[in-house]
Structure formats: C-alpha cells, structure tokens
Design a binder for this molecule. Structure first.
Ligand SMILES: [Zn+2]
Length: 257
C-alpha cells in the first residue's frame, strides 16, 4: 500500500451503509449521510452538523409517518397566488405549505394547526437607479435622481415542531415591478389573506375560514391600482390592526397625502 492508500476509499453512510460521494457525503455530528438519505430529510431541517446519527434515525421515522399523512391529506382549501400556497385539510386540522404543483410527490411536511406559533409579514423593496447619457455618451444620473422599484412578498411563519421552527413563505411568483400596479396590490392582498388565515388557524377560529377566503377572493378579483390614505380602513381584517399592515407596506413611502 502506498502513501495514497486510503484516499480513494469511499466512506460509508451511517444510515444505509451505501458509499458516500468522493467528498465523504454530508457530515453529521458523529457520522455521515449519503445523498440518497439526505434526499429523504425534510428540506426545512437545518444544521445537520449538529445532529447525531440517532437524531437522523428519529427524523427518518417522522418522515415516513409524514408520507402517510400526505397520502391521506384531503385538500379542503387552497390559499395563495403564483408563489407559495397553503393547502388545508380542515377536518384533520392539517396544513401543507408548498410552492410545487406536484407537492404530493415531494413529501412536504404536514403541520397540525396547533403547531402554528405566529407569523410576520416582510415586503422587500429593491431600488435600482435609472441612468441616462450625457452629450458625450457617458452614463449619468437624472436630476433629480430616478429609480425603478421591485418587490418580493414574504411571510415568516413560526412553528413548533421537533425538527424546525420557522418557515419562510414567498407569496409572489415572479418579482413584482413597481408599486402602483394591479400586480402589487394582488400580491399584497394575497399576503394579507395568508397572514390572517394563518392567525385564524392558530386561534382555532375555523368557522371563519370560509368567510375570510370568500372575502379576500372578492378583493383579489378587483385589485386597486391606486393606493390612498383610506386603503387600510377600507378593508376588513380578522385578527390584525390596520396599523400593522400599514407599517409593513412600503407603498406608503411613495405617496404624499
Ligand atoms: Zn444512506
């Protein structure tokens, strides 16, 4: 055996015993995982380096139970737009959050409504300066400066599970250009709807869910292009104050009343 003796020998997965990749697979606190086993984990599971082989065994048992729950999941309500959707099974008080149309094949984590802790809205604004050219063809700023704005709509959901505690939900699909558009208002309303419905599920106010979905569906069918100071007062909310939504909405910074 030469100096390079063991370098090319593949390390074995501590769960299934198969060979890991040439880099030694995914490291755990006290072992390693092959790619096939990693693919079985919840994508929401983080910090694998801090988990032991025994933790992973427990997690994989949970994932098998979860797969059964997905099979038996009976969708009663779908909430959301082009990005992430909430799927409810209101009889079983279960929730699936997914941005994939084929979610039934991806073993998405099934949450019980009682595991919902809370959520917070975050509308991210991105600003790019628009430029023009001077007489020499050199790129220069407009006077006054001009900007192009784009937006992504997020809800950060806090949950109480043994495996993960937060789920970022991106409400919109493609990035929304500009704030004075039907697109912006539609995504904004969808964000508010998800946020309010997650609150209703958390508070076990299930008898109000149908009404809330119906109400937001109507609003989303006629989005308002122009934002004004009565915007928040004019829409019904089920759990949060108009101040909460106003604070979270970057549109308010662009209009002077
Ligand atoms: Zn394995």
């Amino acid at each position: 055996m030469g100096v390079f003796g063991n370098i090319f020998e593949r390390k074995l997965c501590d769960i299934c015993g198969k060979e890991c990749n040439i880099f030694g697979g995914t490291k755990l606190k006290d072992g390693r995982l092959c790619k096939e086993c990693v693919n079985k984990l919840s994508p929401r599971l983080e910090n694998l380096k801090h988990l032991t082989v025994d933790d992973i065994r427990d997690h994989l048992a949970y994932r098998e139970e979860n797969e059964e729950k997905v099979k038996n999941f009976n969708v009663t309500h779908v909430i959301g737009g082009k990005g992430t959707k909430l799927y409810l099974d209101i009889e079983k008080k279960e929730l699936i959050i997914s941005n994939e149309n084929n979610w039934r094949n991806t073993n998405p984590d099934v949450l019980n409504f009682s595991q919902i802790v809370g959520n917070d809205v975050d509308i991210k604004e991105n600003r790019t300066e628009l430029k023009t050219k001077d007489e020499n063809g050199k790129e220069v700023s407009f006077d006054p400066k001009q900007y192009k704005y784009s937006y992504n709509f997020y809800i950060y959901l806090d949950v109480n599970t043994p495996w993960f505690n937060s789920i970022p939900i991106k409400v919109n699909g493609y990035t929304v250009e500009g704030f004075d558009s039907y697109d912006y208002d539609t995504c904004y309303l969808q964000t508010q709807e998800m946020c309010e419905i997650l609150d209703l599920l958390k508070d076990d106010q299930l008898d109000v869910v149908d009404e809330a979905i119906e109400y937001y569906k109507e609003l989303e069918n006629s989005p308002r292009k122009k934002y004004n100071k009565t915007y928040y007062a004019n829409s019904k909310r089920y759990s949060r104050s108009s101040d909460y939504y106003e604070k979270k909405d970057p549109r308010k910074n662009h209009y002077k009343f």
